[in-house]
Design a protein around this ligand. Structure first.
Ligand SMILES: Nc1ncnc2c1ncn2[C@@H]1O[C@H](COP(=O)(O)OP(=O)(O)OP(=O)(O)O)[C@@H](O)[C@H]1O
Length: 479
């Protein structure tokens, strides 16, 4: 394995790395940094926790030190928390350079951000939506001279999931110079490879770690098969067990929805577990505050939606629990990747109901690893089942008494207005679509039924015919 200096990194940066305990390059750094330093576009696909951030931060800082100006580099990332984490890496590693960074994310004051942008920071780290808003509404900054465009979690930025970034990305790309270096990184690039290649146009250097498995070896991947109604009791049992056995462990629990995240947080608090939550229906300042408290181990348990699935680097996390089985293998890979980072060990436990078995099979096929059953004394779980379910119901009632659902509705309407749509018209359109969908389903059901009837009728006819022939034959034989 080579060292940082043979990869072309300057002494001052090597010294900075040493201070952070980064002594030898990881494979993604070893294979991507020389190409970036040579001025090439680069696409790097390596497992979670393998040091992809430093693989782009270090060469950018080196190039910035040779010709410092603002805005030199733009980093795009799908979540606000991740934007802060990346900016921090630039700040820490680039300390001797006095790097000026600026974070442009939603949920924070736009005027302050506009001012910071006009001060020509060296590095801008942004989520696409808010940056596109600034580009559309302001002419006090220019990104026409940027040297680097970096898309971290690049596949997420390009996929059309619940947050679709494509329109904002178009706006941003139009504001950038064609002559630039484009760097794309993720642990799961392959699904969107073609789209990514069109963004990194200059024959990018593509590097992918050559392992068959998609998750790290240090991760012990487990599952528990449970009926839906017993899930929460398993969860409480597992947390009790982990907290009894380990003082210094942190746990992340992933849930499917914001509401589930909120209810589980309330429930675990009723059991006196130091729990805090992170989901997109919280105010941004609260999100940052909660994450900071979790990172500082003030709270040992974080319950989060997939807003925390990608990129977050919290070394104390030893356990990831999937309260629901992720619908996509890719989401599973990122979620469980919040533990067992940078060579550390970790455990992931996925709660699986009988309806999720096909999802587990898809996950196993993708990661090329079989999940092992996590041993639990079922008697212990059944002992707390009633208490857990009653507590959950109480929390649900408490939440219903708040304006949680109402807030969700308001947030949805706000989002539609921001997208330039009329919320009432949109609701009508959705209702009509739903009606058409139902009619279509009904129609398909009817067709299926008539096909079945027809088949049944044909079969009946065949059987009758056969019977008649048999009868005729028998009569002929007796005659
Ligand atoms: N060469 C290195 N040696 C030791 N530790 C490193 C090295 N490079 C980075 N690290 C550390 O490894 C941890 C994980 O790095 P990073 O967050 O960049 O992972 P990642 O590959 O981006 O993961 P993800 O896909 O989950 O975003 C960080 O704490 C980082 O400081």
């Amino acid at each position: 394995m080579s060292d940082f200096s043979s990869l072309g990194l300057s002494d001052w940066l090597i010294k900075q790395c040493k201070q952070l305990g980064i002594n030898k390059p990881t494979p993604v750094q070893e294979n991507c940094m020389p190409a970036i330093l040579q001025g090439r576009d680069c696409m790097g696909c390596a497992k979670t926790g393998s040091g992809k951030t430093a693989a782009f931060v270090l060469p950018v800082l080196q190039k910035l030190s040779e010709d410092p100006y603002g805005i030199f580099c733009l980093v795009l990332t799908p979540t606000r928390e991740l934007a802060y984490q990346i900016a921090e890496q630039f700040r820490v590693l680039g300390k001797p350079l006095g790097v000026k960074d600026c974070i442009i994310v939603g949920g924070m004051d736009m005027v302050t951000q506009a001012l910071e942008l006009s001060n020509q920071p060296h590095i801008v780290v942004a989520t696409p939506g808010r940056l596109a808003d600034h580009i559309r509404s302001s002419n006090t900054f220019s990104m026409k001279k940027i040297q680097f465009l970096i898309m971290d979690e690049a596949d997420r930025l390009l996929e059309q999931g619940c947050t679709d970034f494509t329109k904002d990305l178009e706006t941003i790309l139009r504001a950038l110079p064609a002559k630039r270096q484009t760097l794309l990184f993720s642990a799961t690039l392959t699904d969107t490879l073609q789209e990514l290649k069109s963004i990194a146009m200059n024959k990018p250097h593509f590097w992918e770690s050559k392992s068959e498995t998609k998750t790290v070896e240090e991760l012990d991947q487990r599952f528990i098969l449970t009926p839906e109604k017993v899930k929460d009791a398993y969860l409480v049992h597992l947390i009790q067990k982990f907290t009894d056995e380990h003082d210094d462990w942190s746990i992340i629990i992933f849930t499917n929805t914001c509401k589930d995240c909120q209810i589980l947080t309330m429930m675990l608090r009723e059991f006196n577990f130091p729990t805090i939550s992170l989901h997109s229906m919280m105010k941004q300042k609260q999100r940052f505050a909660n994450l900071a408290k979790f990172k500082a181990s003030v709270y040992k348990i974080l319950i989060a939606t997939d807003v925390a699935a990608r990129g977050l680097d919290i070394p104390t996390v030893q356990v990831v629990i999937n309260h629901n089985t992720p619908g996509l293998p890719k989401i599973y890979i990122h979620r469980v990747g919040r533990t067992a980072r940078a060579g550390r060990n970790g455990v992931s436990i996925t709660l699986v109901t009988q309806y999720d078995i096909h999802l587990v099979q898809a996950i196993e096929a993708q990661i090329q690893t079989k999940l092992k059953e996590y041993p639990v004394v079922e008697k212990e779980v059944l002992k707390i089942l009633t208490q857990v379910n009653v507590t959950r119901r109480e929390c649900e009632i408490k939440l219903e008494a708040t304006d949680f659902d109402e807030k969700k509705e308001i947030n949805k309407r706000k989002q539609l207005i921001l997208e330039g749509k009329d919320p009432d018209l949109e609701l009508k359109r959705k209702a009509e679509l739903e009606k058409i969908r139902k009619q279509k389903k009904l129609f398909q059901q009817k067709i299926q039924e008539s096909i079945q009837k027809q088949k049944h009728g044909q079969l009946k006819k065949k059987l009758m015919k056969r019977k008649q022939m048999k009868k005729k034959k028998a009569e002929q034989e007796t005659a």
